[in-house]
Design a protein around this ligand. Structure first.
Ligand SMILES: C[S@@+](CC[C@H](N)C(=O)[O-])C[C@H]1O[C@@H](n2cnc3c(N)ncnc32)[C@H](O)[C@@H]1O
Length: 206
């Protein structure tokens, strides 16, 4: 998969929107590793929750030009940047300013992607709509992630796949248990140690 051009973004814009980092690129690596698997699924709808700069959903859209790409973010500036990143790379993206996937009532997505705010913080740091929403994950760094986990059965198509980036502090085994209780199998797609952080991408499917 190609890395999208981001030359349109000013460095100062990253004071307000998450700057693509190793975790963003690990998620793209996971999608690339699963490219043949995803091609066989021939996805109609792909949703990235928390798209930030838009680099991940744009990479997906470049590889799957026939797929409708949709993104959400609580940070309005991130929605604007995602839309611009997609446009700059000739990807058609609907970028929606919303909490997780809460306003999609009747839609089921074939692919859902999430690189959440995963840093362990106090609960009261978590839940903002500015740059703090990029990293502040509350208890176990999972407060935002766990809310999405409980939405997945309603938002993911039965033969769909959900890619989630986690770090060890998020206790991935617990996430696997939660998803198993919703009927999902899981598989670790990629794992990488970045400085002192063990990052991994797990996919969930029926
Ligand atoms: C770690 S950043 C990832 C950004 C981008 N996907 C990437 O990989 O570079 C997490 C993103 O999730 C967004 N976010 C946090 N809470 C959210 C929520 N409740 N609903 C939607 N987006 C949220 C943040 O604003 C931020 O853009």
């Amino acid at each position: 998969m190609e890395t999208p051009y981001q030359n349109h973004i000013n460095k100062a814009d990253f004071d307000h929107v998450y700057e693509p980092a190793e975790d963003s690129f690990l998620l793209i690596d996971a999608l690339e590793k699963d490219l043949e698997y995803l091609k066989k699924k021939n996805p109609t709808f792909c949703l990235e929750v928390g798209s930030g700069s838009g680099v991940v959903i744009t990479a997906f859209g470049m590889a799957f030009p026939q797929t409708f790409c949709i993104s959400t973010d609580v940070n309005l500036k991130a929605c604007v940047m995602s839309k611009q990143t997609a446009a700059y790379n000739k990807v058609n993206l609907d970028a929606c300013n919303m909490d997780l996937a809460s306003s999609f009532t009747n839609n089921k997505f074939d692919v859902i992607i999430f690189n959440p705010p995963y840093v362990v913080t106090d609960s009261d740091e978590c839940g903002g709509t500015d740059i703090t929403a990029s990293w502040a994950g509350g208890t176990k760094g999972r407060e935002i992630t766990d809310r999405l986990l409980n939405m997945i059965p309603k938002k993911l198509a039965n033969d769909g796949v959900f890619y989630l980036l986690l770090i060890e502090e998020n206790i991935p085994d617990e996430v696997v248990q939660i998803m198993s209780s919703h009927g999902y199998m899981s598989e670790t797609v990629v794992k990488r140690k970045v400085r002192n952080e063990q990052q991994l991408v797990i996919k969930f499917f029926m």
